[in-house]
Design a binder for this molecule. Structure first.
Ligand code: SF4
Length: 393
């Protein structure tokens, strides 16, 4: 009887873990092979598909149990495999079972963190169940490591506060950049009150608790968009992300290229090109790490980024008056505008030139800079690098 219970439990863990991979927050996640099969408890199904790696502090890969509390859902979001009425295998874990399974996987060194999301059967009830799971993980099993908890649409203030106290990272999936676009994807969701408001509340609660000296979700909040099927432009997506970065302290937006799923209302739609997703991430990086404003991004007349060139190179091509920049005199923010120079490279240049002037492309290479990319846009000690001269001869 005991063995049968374990089988049921880990079957569900395996299924709900695989189903959770549809959630792109913590997007670096990839299923990871378990290097030592003997690490698995005997007679349980393979749960390795439930494990995703994310990049932790210092670039360290961290294996997470990424899982749904339930894959049952009462909503009917058009893009989603879990939408109500779709025929599929569904499962639900009790809070006790999920917390126990996670604890066992931690003990076997299979995972080093938890990402918990869920379908919705009553927002308040489901959110309570997720909170109960994390309460057990923290207090019954004493887990002090990483927990990412999804906030469900229309979650209550008290639930968001409890989530902020229990988790390290929170997320609310907007799915679309505004109300009008969301209506084409998820007519039962309310953009402003159901999704943006919880993000805003989470931010205020985290700040209040932090100021009161309490343990809070220090890794902040993230969101995810489904890119493509609502007909939104890149400009709409990036303007919304920028607003949320500035106004509600959003840490990160994830852009998920749409891929049609059978037996959903969008099954006949074209998939979104992965290159569009890639360009959105590059542009988003310019907003978060390079000091660009969304109004500066090189959108075309339809509000989309050029696909053939990365957004920073497109910006540089449209601003010849800005170049060439003398690397020994340019400000750090100006250096960040140079293709091939990132935040680390710009900081390294500022540091290096305190000692002596930079003189050659090799000096830039030694600082970890992609010097061949930067060459057409810079002067080094007053001279255009040789690579640039070759371009124009
Ligand atoms: S609420 Fe979430 S799980 Fe349910 S159909 Fe919508 S996206 Fe899918």
């Amino acid at each position: 009887m005991h063995v049968q219970t374990s089988l049921d439990l880990y079957d569900k863990v395996s299924l709900l873990g695989q189903q959770a991979q549809y959630d792109l927050c913590e997007a670096q996640g990839q299923p990871v092979p378990v290097t030592s099969p003997s690490a698995l408890p005997a007679n349980i199904p393979d749960v390795t598909q439930s494990v995703s790696t994310v990049v932790g502090a210092g670039g360290r890969p961290v294996p997470l149990l990424k899982i749904l509390q339930t894959s049952a859902c009462e909503k009917n979001c058009y893009y989603c495999p879990f939408r109500a009425g779709r025929r599929m295998r569904r499962a639900t874990l009790t809070s006790d079972d999920l917390a126990a399974a996670f604890s066992q996987m931690v003990q076997k060194r299979l995972v080093d963190g938890l990402f918990l999301s869920s379908g919705i059967i009553g927002t308040v009830r489901t959110m309570d169940r997720m909170l109960e799971t994390v309460e057990l993980v923290r207090h019954k099993y004493g887990w002090r490591g990483y927990v990412h908890l999804k906030i469900l649409p229309n979650a209550e203030e008290a639930q968001i506060e409890r989530a902020a106290q229990l988790a390290d990272r929170l997320s609310v999936n907007l799915e679309a950049p505004n109300e009008e676009r969301l209506a084409r994807l998820a007519p039962k969701k309310d953009f402003d009150h159901g999704l943006v408001e919880p993000l805003e509340r989470a931010w205020k609660i985290v700040r209040r608790l932090r100021n009161a000296g309490q343990r809070v979700a220090n890794a902040g909040a993230t969101t995810q968009y489904v890119v493509g099927p609502a007909g939104e432009s890149d400009q709409e997506l990036l303007f919304t992300s920028q607003r949320l970065y500035r106004q509600v302290g959003l840490r990160r937006a994830y852009y998920s290229a749409f891929s049609p799923i059978d037996d959903t209302p969008l099954e006949g739609e074209k998939p979104t090109a992965p290159l569009r997703e890639h360009r959105l991430y590059q542009a988003d990086y310019l907003l978060r790490q390079y000091g660009f404003d969304a109004t500066e991004l090189p959108f075309d007349q339809e509000g989309n980024l050029p696909l053939e060139q990365n957004p920073k190179e497109s910006w540089a091509a449209a601003h010849p008056e800005f170049f060439p920049l003398e690397v020994n005199r340019a400000s750090q923010s100006a250096l960040l505008r140079v293709p091939g120079i990132g935040p680390r490279g710009a900081a390294a240049i500022m540091q290096a030139r305190r000692g002596a002037n930079l003189r050659t492309l090799d000096d830039l290479r030694k600082l970890g800079i992609r010097a061949d990319h930067a060459a057409p846009y810079v002067l080094i000690s007053g001279r255009a690098p040789q690579y640039q001269l070759r371009l124009f001869t």
